[in-house]
Design a protein around this ligand. Structure first.
Ligand code: ADP
Length: 165
């Protein structure tokens, strides 16, 4: 069985991430969306929230599993029996970083290959950090994230939680 891992912080999952996950799930028998537990960035959503938001976005796809992980991505991939790490590529600015990381990963673990998939045109300029900024300022993000993520952002950033009875 060909297993692939799609790692990231996913803080929170966007339509760009979902698009890559759905397309990768068509290429591999099993896709593990690996939510990095402790990225070196400030997070808005904790690990359980990020897991839950991604799970709900892909709940209808039987060969996608969403799990948390920590440590080296290549070591985690190998541990899961995965031979491929999937990454999404946006504008050319992503390339340098992904290229460097793929080279390092190959050095660490030559049996695991990195597959970069180009994003869809409409998500070319979509990043989780820009999304959070726009959402915080009250901008419209409904075409950029699944509905439940939009609601979670609103609750987290603007305190508009579900009304108490
Ligand atoms: P990381 O902290 O590993 O960069 P992210 O959650 O920011 O994690 O992104 C996870 C993966 O999804 C990365 O490969 C990133 O390039 C990709 N990605 C981010 N935004 C988009 C997008 N709009 N379209 C396609 N891929 C994306």
């Amino acid at each position: 069985m060909t297993v692939a891992v799609y790692p990231g912080s996913f803080d929170p999952v966007t339509n760009g991430h979902v698009d890559i996950a759905l397309r990768a799930a068509r290429l591999f028998e099993k896709l593990i969306v690996a939510v990095y537990d402790l990225p070196a960035k400030r997070l808005l959503f904790d690990t359980n929230e990020r897991l839950d938001l991604f799970r709900r976005a892909v709940e209808e796809i039987p060969n996608i599993e969403v799990v948390a992980y920590t440590g080296l991505t290549v070591a985690y991939a190998k541990d899961q029996g995965a031979t491929v790490i999937v990454r999404g590529l946006r504008a050319s600015s992503d390339f340098e970083y992904e290229f460097e990381m793929a080279m390092m990963n190959r050095k660490l673990e030559p049996d695991v290959d990195v597959l970069c998939m180009m994003t869809r045109l409409e998500y070319q300029f979509l990043s989780a950090s820009l999304l959070k900024e726009v959402s915080q300022l009250g901008g419209e993000v409904s075409s950029l994230v699944p509905k439940h993520v939009e609601a979670a952002l609103e609750e987290k950033l603007r305190g508009n939680g579900p009304k108490e009875e």
